[in-house]
Ligand binder design. Structure first.
Ligand code: HEM
Length: 420
C-alpha cells in the first residue's frame, strides 16, 4: 500500500485575493502557520492548487515526467508578460528544440559582450546625469538596458525611438503581476512590441536588414523547428521579445543593487577598487536571493501520482514558491538578513537558490538569461562603486511585498552625480 497523509489546506473558496494582499509572503505565511512545505489552496476562480516550497518541492516541480507547462499560466500573464506560444508554454521536444536556440546565444564571449556594451552606455549616461538636478536610477536603467540589449541582439534602434521602446518593454514586465491600469498598459504594449519585432524578423528574412550571424535577431529569424520549418513570424517575434523584455527587467535588480549599496555601506566598501571578482559575485547573488522579484511559477500535473503521501491529480495546478525557497529557514541561515558572505563557500544544488528558476537549463525551464543578468548586475555595481559619485537624498526607499515586481518606492533617486 502506498503511504498517504492528509494534505494541509489553506481554507477558503478562493484565496486569490489573499494571495494578492500577502503577495510574496503568501506561501511563506501558510508554510509557517500550517507547518508544512506543501499545502492545498484555491486560486484563480477557485481552482484547487498545491503549493510547494523548499528544495524538495522545487526538485519535484522540475520533474518533466510529472508536470507540464502547457495551459498552466493564466491568460492575463501570457497577454502581457510572456506572449502566446513562447518557450515558457512548451514541453518535451518542442521545448528542447526552442531552448537550444536561446542557449546558443549564451556563449561566454556573448556574455562578456553585454557587460562591455552596458558599461559603455552607462558611462555615456554619466555625462547627462552630471547635468541633471536629480537622477531616477530605475528609469535611467530601463533606458540604458533597452539600448544595450538592442545593440547586443542586433536590433536597430534610432535615438528618437529609445523613449518609446523603453516605455513599452517596461510596461510588459510591470504588467506581469498587475491588475487594473498597469495590466491594460501591458496588453497594449505587447501588441505594439510584437508587431515591431515581427517587422524586424520579416526584414531579416527578405534581405532588407543585414544582421551578423551571432546576434539574437538573426538566430530568431532563421531558427528551424523540429519539422524543419522556420518559426512563424508571430512566434519568432514573441521569442525576440523574450530576449529584449527580461533584459530590460534587470533594471529592477539594478534598483535593488543601489538600495543594497546604500543600506550596507560596509559591503560597498568591499567592492571599492577591488579586482576580486568573487566579492562582486557574492553581492549579486545575495541581491538576487534577498530581494523579491519573481514570486511563483505554475505547472500542471501530467498524470496522477503520489508524492510524500499526497495524491497529485491529472491537470491539477501546482505552484512553486520562488521567493519563499530563497528565504527558507531550512536552507538559509538568517534568511531575512543581507549577508553576501553566505555565498563564499556555498554548496548549492539546482533547487535551493531559485530566483530565476531551478533545475537544468537545457532540459527544463530554468532562465537562460541567468548569466546575462549576473554580468549586467556586476557591471552595474562596478560603475556605481568605482566609476561615479552620488548623493542619496531623503526619499521613500521601502519596497512593497505585494507589488509584483516589487521596487523601491522612490525608484532610487540620486543627486550630485559625477564621474570619478
Ligand atoms: C531580470 C532578471 C530575471 C529574472 C528575475 C528572471 C526570472 C526567470 C524565471 C523565474 C523564469 C522561469 C523559470 C521556469 O519557468 O522554471 C525565467 C525564464 C525565462 N527567462 Fe528569465 N529572468 C531574468 C532575466 C532574463 C534574461 C536577461 C533573459 C534573456 C536574455 C531571460 C529569458 C528567459 C526566458 C526565455 C525564459 C523561459 C525559459 C523556459 O521556459 O525554458 N530572463 N526567467
Amino acid at each position: 500500500m502506498v503511504y498517504r497523509e492528509e494534505i494541509k489546506v489553506d481554507r477558503g473558496i478562493d484565496n486569490t485575493f489573499k494571495f494578492l494582499i500577502e503577495g510574496y509572503r503568501y506561501i511563506p505565511n501558510q508554510r509557517r502557520r500550517l507547518d508544512t512545505n506543501m499545502f492545498e489552496t484555491r486560486l484563480l476562480g477557485g481552482q484547487k492548487a498545491v503549493c510547494l516550497t523548499g528544495e524538495d518541492g522545487a526538485s519535484l516541480f522540475y520533474d518533466n515526467d510529472k508536470f507540464r507547462r502547457a495551459d498552466a499560466m493564466p491568460k492575463r500573464v501570457l497577454k502581457t508578460l510572456f506572449g502566446q506560444g513562447g518557450l515558457q508554454t512548451l514541453d518535451d521536444d518542442a521545448h528542447k528544440n526552442r531552448k537550444e536556440l536561446f542557449m546558443s546565444l549564451m556563449g561566454s564571449e556573448r556574455i562578456s559582450d553585454i557587460a562591455q556594451i552596458f558599461k559603455q552606455r552607462w558611462d555615456e549616461a554619466l555625462d547627462e546625469w552630471d547635468r541633471m538636478s536629480e537622477v531616477n536610477l530605475y528609469e535611467e536603467a530601463n533606458k540604458i538596458l533597452t539600448i544595450t540589449i538592442c545593440e547586443w541582439a542586433g536590433v536597430p534602434l534610432r535615438a528618437n525611438e529609445v523613449e518609446e521602446r523603453t516605455k513599452d518593454l517596461n510596461a510588459l514586465f510591470e504588467a506581469g503581476g498587475a491588475v487594473g491600469l498597469r495590466h491594460w498598459q501591458g496588453r497594449a504594449a505587447r501588441e505594439k512590441t510584437e508587431k515591431w519585432a515581427g517587422e524586424l524578423i520579416d526584414q531579416v528574412r527578405n534581405g532588407q536588414l543585414d544582421v551578423p550571424e551571432e546576434k539574437a535577431l538573426y538566430k530568431m529569424s532563421w531558427h528551424r523547428k523540429l519539422d524543419g520549418e522556420l518559426m512563424s513570424t508571430d512566434i519568432a517575434a514573441v521569442e525576440l521579445v523574450n530576449i529584449l523584455r527580461p533584459t530590460v527587467a534587470v533594471s529592477v535588480y539594478i534598483a535593488f543593487c543601489a538600495l543594497a549599496l546604500h543600506d550596507h555601506p560596509q559591503e560597498k566598501e568591499k567592492l571599492r577598487d577591488t579586482s576580486n571578482e568573487s566579492d562582486f559575485q557574492m553581492f549579486v547573488q545575495e541581491v538576487r536571493r534577498y530581494y523579491p522579484f519573481f514570486p511563483i511559477l505554475a505547472a500542471r500535473v501530467r498524470h496522477d501520482f503520489v508524492w510524500n503521501g499526497h495524491d497529485f491529480k491529472e491537470d491539477q495546478l501546482v505552484i512553486l514558491d520562488l521567493y519563499g525557497t530563497n528565504h527558507h529557514p531550512n536552507l538559509w541561515d538568517k534568511p531575512n538578513e543581507f549577508i553576501p558572505e553566505r555565498f563564499e563557500d556555498w554548496n548549492g544544488t539546482p533547487f535551493d537558490f531559485i530566483p530565476q528558476g531551478g533545475g537544468d537549463y537545457y532540459m527544463g525551464h530554468r532562465c537562460p538569461g541567468e548569466w546575462l543578468t549576473i554580468e549586467i548586475m556586476k557591471a552595474c555595481l562596478d560603475m556605481m562603486v568605482n566609476h561615479m559619485e552620488y548623493d542619496v537624498p531623503p526619499q521613500d526607499l521601502d519596497f512593497s511585498m505585494n507589488r509584483m515586481p516589487s521596487l523601491p518606492k522612490s525608484r532610487f533617486i540620486m543627486t550630485n552625480v559625477k564621474r570619478k
